[in-house]
Design a protein around this ligand. Structure first.
Ligand code: ANZ
Ligand code: ZN
Length: 801
């Protein structure tokens, strides 16, 4: 036993136990153990030059507390860590400094790994992976080939967002307000040949299966909106005096009699043909050229709805046969619905603006149920001016009209999704090479599986070449043989979007050293799916959607026996600087965890980050707060020298209440209230007497939060085995029953009865309990209660007239 004047020295303690846990492999996950498995996953970080700031570990501490807690409850926990190591920042750094991304990435990993280790996280480091390692990306390439074989990876010329400064194509998601997410340059549209994954083929399943996973409702809703399902109809309009027809997609077939114009998007394939019928062909062509320069976002957000009339071209209304003018306008997008719309200015804001600009008629066909007139009414209502359909309500009318159109072969029920196929080509160096070869004779050919991985060559000049990756300059990489005809051929030089690398990494942890498969079935069956996934809200859409997509593809191809990767998902709230602002270098409000660990210790940082407030809410960093937590841990340290033979009964009851509360709170990610409860218990323990055995229970409860401190005291107390090999405490329900007290019942200040009740009873409860006591009722009968005086845990007094 240590002496009383020994101080809490976090530096000595923390290093010592980190070594001990590593040596004893306390946190390694045991493949195929008989224990119940639990897979607790953190979103793996990008190895940045800045290292961690205190915001990063918040999620990691939460998942670590949960992992340690579950291990003590008897679970075989898989809690791994790795690196999302490809990507633009390392490459931009290389362009600036000439340092190879491989070297800077390794350096950043080394530093961040050390930071994570000093925080004492219970990762199984033997499973560490990094996506830039050929033994990893071999399987990223293999997945590409599987998608290609299944017809889910294809090449297409598509208008792409091009960033002139990064000289690369960006995914829609990487364009924010028309600017590049990384460098804020204005993005413009450029037609490029690219590889795409057909995620749209999975739109319906990605939507439907959200119902079977335990994720924050907000996140599910964001995915639903991203997928953007709309139900409606496709309706055909014949073009007068031609063999052509324009098909539109509408969610409002009930407004068909309000159509006063049609609009084609400037890229609509039919335009090539019907342009000839127009009298103003030149004008139309000029307009089409003009829209090419605009980004999609500009097109949909622009207030000015502009277009050009196709003079002399008329569509015919499917019911009335009336002539309808046809426009070309860029507010209609080619990739959504059919790329053509029917304009209903009375009931659609955009169409209304357009109609006003071009002086087109406005016909009201929906009467709002409340009857009040609105200039543009977008809601549902009763049909008017709609021939035989007048009088029907929108919902019914949609069905009836669609059915009627179908009979005449002029329309059908239809569903559209906002989701687009995933463009995965990047014209950059620091990524996973796409394993394809182009042969002049045989076209695109897969690199044979036996030749994987296609290794990323080491180069010296990282400057991008406009719309090509710097790899295009590397002759002995580019020039190769065609796998089919063996003639000369060229390799694809684009690399994959890093989101491809991160869309399957959680599978690899199950079997990270496998050389023959991305992971063997046996391992996958034991460990997957992920039981708990913790990470930032910023990944609510992309990463999480891509991972779900790839899981479903692998499921369909028979490689997995589950089709949702993450059963439960939690987001941690971000940590703001002391000034209430997002932490950022430029604001100078970044707190470095290394400094905190040095001064206060990893345990203090861990407990503080869990104590800051509700786990999923943002919280402000406060030096005052961290000092309070440090004092709490110092008092825990001192407690080991003040133990008594027996625990006082009052304290024992509180201890068991604490076991209950802490267990329930950790289970529900209410880490902050678990800590408050332990603070209350400690305070009482300092006043009353606590035994060594019961202090041991307290240490177990605190150990997931402050592992080093608790392990040290635990072994000081004379226990030989690690605290993390102990069973999680169970509470005794009998001990947590509330204390009884005697309550006095008065009427008009005169004592009439007394009653034994539980402590902390509420006024409402005690009122209803005492009103009907015979001795009390007698004095209340036929009288009106004017007032009730309630003194907590003591007395209730009914004042009557
Ligand atoms: C006629 C109509 C009348 C419409 C009305 C709306 C209100 P969501 O809900 O987003 O799916 N639309 C269809 N394809 C389009 C495209 N490629 N580009 C731009 N707009 C397009 O919206 C579906 C509605 O958006 C469709 O229904 C169509 O306008 C328009 F009172 O058709 B609607
Ligand atoms: Zn060939």
């Amino acid at each position: 036993m240590k002496s009383k004047n020994q101080k809490y020295n976090h530096k000595k303690i923390e290093r010592k136990w980190q070594k001990f846990w590593k040596k004893e492999k306390i946190f390694s996950a045991k493949d195929f153990s008989k224990k119940k498995k639990l897979y607790v996953l953190d979103m793996f970080p990008y190895p940045s030059a800045e290292g961690l700031h205190v915001g990063h570990p918040r999620g990691y501490v939460g998942s670590d507390v949960y992992s340690l807690f579950k291990r003590m409850q008897g679970y075989n926990v898989l809690h791994p860590m790795g690196w999302d190591a490809f990507g633009l920042p390392a490459e931009n750094f290389a362009i600036k400094t000439g340092t190879s991304p491989k070297i800077s990435t390794e350096r950043n990993i080394k530093r961040m790994r050390k930071q994570l280790k000093t925080l004492g996280f219970s990762y199984d480091w033997s499973r560490e992976i990094k996506t830039c390692d050929p033994s990893y990306y071999k399987w990223t390439q293999w997945m590409f080939l599987k998608l290609f074989e299944a017809g889910l990876a294809y090449r297409a010329k598509i208008p792409a967002n091009f960033c002139p400064s990064c000289k690369t194509i960006l995914a829609n998601e990487q364009v924010i307000d028309g600017r590049c997410e990384r460098c804020s340059s204005e993005v413009y549209q450029k037609e490029v040949d690219q590889w795409l994954f057909k995620i749209t083929a999975y739109a319906e399943r990605l939507l439907k299966d959200l119902d079977k996973i335990d994720w924050p409702e907000e996140t599910k809703e964001m995915q639903r909106n991203w997928i953007g399902k709309s139900e409606g109809a496709k309706i055909k309009f014949k073009i007068k005096n031609t063999p052509y027809e324009i098909e539109v997609f509408t969610t409002r077939p009930d407004t068909l009699f309000g159509v006063t114009f049609l609009v084609l998007s400037p890229e609509h394939p039919l335009l090539e043909k019907i342009k000839k019928e127009a009298k103003n062909k030149k004008e139309i062509e000029n307009y089409i050229q003009k829209t090419k320069k605009k980004t999609e976002l500009e097109r949909i957000s622009s207030k000015k709805k502009e277009g050009v009339l196709m003079k002399g071209v008329f569509a015919l209304h499917p019911f009335s046969q009336e002539e309808i003018p046809v426009f070309v306008a860029d507010y209609v997008l080619v990739h959504y619905g059919t790329g053509a719309i029917m304009g209903v200015p009375a009931h659609d804001e955009r169409d209304f603006e357009f109609a006003k600009r071009y002086k087109l008629p406005i016909i009201y066909v929906i009467k709002p149920p409340k009857g009040r007139f609105e200039e543009v009414y977008e809601g549902e209502g009763y049909l008017i001016n709609s021939d035989k359909f007048s009088g029907l309500f929108s919902k019914k009318a949609k069905k009836v009209i669609t059915k009627e159109l179908k009979k005449r072969n002029l329309g059908k029920f239809s569903v559209s999704y906002k989701l687009r196929d995933w463009v995965i080509s990047r014209q950059r160096y620091w990524g996973c090479p796409i394993p394809m070869i182009f042969c002049e004779n045989c076209g695109w050919q897969k690199v044979p599986e036996k030749d994987l991985p296609v290794k990323l060559p080491q180069i010296k000049d990282f400057k991008p070449l406009g719309d090509k990756s710097p790899l295009a300059k590397v002759k002995n990489f580019v020039e190769t043989r065609c796998p089919k005809c063996k003639g000369g051929a060229k390799r694809e030089t684009d690399t994959m979007d890093t989101f491809v690398c991160s869309s399957w990494y959680f599978l690899r942890y199950a079997d990270p050293k496998n050389k023959k498969e991305f992971a063997s079935k046996k391992f996958l069956k034991y460990w997957l799916p992920v039981d708990l996934y913790i990470g930032g809200k910023e990944h609510s859409v992309l990463h999480l959607l891509y991972a779900r997509f790839l899981t479903k593809v692998l499921y369909d191809l028979g490689y997995l026996d589950f089709d949702e990767p993450f059963l439960k998902l939690c987001h941690q709230g971000i940590i703001l600087g002391p000034d209430g602002q997002k932490m950022s270098k430029s604001r100078g409000n970044v707190i470095n965890p290394d400094d905190i660990v040095e001064k206060y210790g990893a345990d203090t940082l861990r407990v503080y980050e869990m104590f800051m407030g509700p786990f999923d809410k943002e919280a402000l960093w406060s030096t005052h707060g961290i000092e309070g937590v440090r004092r709490f841990l110092e008092r825990v340290w001192k407690m080991q020298f003040n133990l008594k033979k027996k625990t006082s009964p009052k304290l024992l009851s509180l201890l068991h209440q604490t076991i209950k509360k802490v267990s329930e709170d950790i289970e529900n990610f209410k880490f902050n209230t678990a800590i408050s409860q332990m603070m209350i218990l400690l305070k009482e323990s300092e006043k009353l007497s606590l035994s060594k055995k019961d202090f041991g229970i307290f240490l177990k409860l605190l150990s997931p939060f402050a592992p080093h401190l608790c392990e040290e005291i635990w072994q000081n107390l004379g226990y030989k085995k690690s605290i993390f090999k102990q069973k999680w405490p169970k509470y005794n329900p009998k001990l947590i029953e509330k204390e009884k007290i005697t309550f006095i019942v008065e009427v008009n200040g005169k004592k009439r009865d007394r009653i034994e009740v539980q402590k902390d009873i509420s006024q409402k409860e005690i009122e209803s309990l005492t009103k009907n006591l015979p001795k009390v009722r007698k004095h209340l009968e036929k009288k009106k209660i004017k007032k009730v005086i309630f003194v907590k845990d003591k007395l209730i007094n009914f004042v009557v007239e």
